[in-house]
Design a protein around this ligand. Structure first.
Ligand code: CTP
Length: 401
């Protein structure tokens, strides 16, 4: 379990951060809350003290004999600043130290995560943009704000991600330890979920895919500092924090979204289950049972192979392209034989091969795989959380960037 400093900035989203604190302490982490003076105008000291079970200080002049900013900063495995206001990030970027939180930021040696929340205008202001860039360049993780309802009637980019999503992000950063944001400055695109090909307004041909592996890949990349575009086909999971989410339905929509997002990207991972066939015709009204009892015949046509297209039309030869393959062995070859053949046919750099069966690989929390490389390499990942497989994939991508 980790020692975490939770720095709370003076924004209305501070009330949501009380829930983040609760999730951190309930999962066994030790949390010292360091609010700024203005944070205490939104959520008072007793709330932070009660939920953390520890005393709460704001000033360097509280308990001076303990030199708290040095002690707290040095002992932290991670510093989480949420909500990170424009003012707080400006101070951190400039190295100012006029209270306990900003002083602690200068003594912290572990990962520092800023979770901004502010109005869109403030987030997009060149001063904030420059401060965020400075913080990222120095190795801090600054989570991209979510898009949605802001304080008051307006909506836009600047919303604090949901507490559960911040918690998941922090957990991912903690599993990395001191490894650092090794994907900082990179843009990666991940597809997730399963496409649906509609026959009529109520029926579709679909794929069994929860989207969990793709979401784990997106979260892991964000925790390693990458800018992440996640193209999700029919996924009912919480939005990962700090990730640009594009929702699609059909294979054709996924194709368009992937082609658009991957222009300029450093790496593309196709974790979505894509329908290989779609109904050749779409009926605009619900297909009814015929009076004479005959069954309709549905003609299918091929969809485009998105992975093969992306691998063959890379915007730069340096872009790394990764595919997934769910295989079963059969009379013509083993799981890995099929995997090798698919890697070559698709033209990608890495292929993550899962062995699937009636109850293996789908809608589960764990995954086991062999990651095959176009260079002939092969890395076995034993059964474990989908986030562990995700980090292995990013290690292999990172080595190829
Ligand atoms: N894929 C894709 N476009 C398709 C089908 C698959 O991009 N129309 C991608 C998947 O996202 C995955 C990889 O290709 O990364 C392998 O998917 P799989 O369904 O195993 O491959 P298929 O080409 O459909 O091969 P098979 O004949 O074994 O179904």
């Amino acid at each position: 379990m980790a020692e975490i400093v939770l720095g709370v900035g003076g924004g209305i989203a501070a009330y949501k951060v009380a829930d983040v604190l609760r999730r951190l302490t309930e999962s066994g982490h030790g949390v010292t809350v360091v609010p700024t003076r203005s944070a205490l105008r939104f959520v008072g000291e007793p709330t932070w003290a009660a939920l953390s079970g520890r005393p709460v200080r704001t000033e360097v002049f509280d308990d001076v004999h303990e030199v708290p900013h040095v002690r707290i900063g040095r002992h932290a495995d991670l510093v989480l600043v949420a909500p990170a206001t424009a003012d707080l990030m400006a101070k951190a970027a400039a190295g100012l130290a006029d209270d306990l939180l900003t002083s602690t930021l200068l003594t912290a040696r572990g990962p520092v995560v800023f979770v901004p929340a502010m109005h869109t205008e403030m987030w997009e202001h060149p001063a904030t943009v420059a401060n965020v860039e400075t913080l990222r360049r120095r190795g801090a993780l600054v989570v991209e704000p979510a898009v949605g309802r802001l304080t008051g009637a307006d909506t836009g980019k600047g919303r604090l991600p949901e507490p559960a999503d911040i918690f998941a992000y922090v957990s991912d950063v903690l599993t990395r330890g001191d490894a650092g944001p090794d994907l900082a400055g990179r843009h990666v695109v991940v597809s997730a979920g399963g496409t649906r090909e509609h026959l009529d307004p109520v029926r579709f041909l679909g794929n069994r895919s929860s989207g969990r592996q793709g979401y784990a890949l997106a979260r892991a990349a964000a925790a390693r500092g990458a800018r992440v575009t996640l193209v999700a086909a029919n996924v009912a999971l919480p939005d990962p924090a700090g990730v640009d989410l594009v929702r699609v339905g059909s294979a054709a929509q996924l194709y368009d979204a992937m082609v658009e997002a991957s222009a300029g990207a450093d790496a593309v991972v196709m974790a979505a289950a894509v329908a290989d066939f779609r109904p050749a015709a779409y009926t605009g009204t619900k297909i009814k049972k015929s009076a004479d009892g005959t069954s309709p015949v549905i003609e299918l046509e091929r969809t485009s192979d998105i992975l093969a297209h992306l691998a063959a039309h890379r915007p730069s030869p340096k872009q790394v392209v990764v595919g997934f393959a769910a295989e079963t062995g059969d009379a013509s070859g083993s799981v890995l034989d099929h995997g090798r053949a698919k890697l070559a046919a698709k033209g990608c750099d890495l292929l993550v091969v899962n062995e699937v069966g009636a109850d293996r690989g789908f809608e589960t929390e764990d995954n086991a795989a062999v990651v095959l490389g176009a260079d002939g390499s092969s890395v076995t990942v034993e059964s474990g959380p989908k986030s562990a497989l995700a980090h292995v994939v990013w290690d292999l991508v990172r080595a190829r960037l």
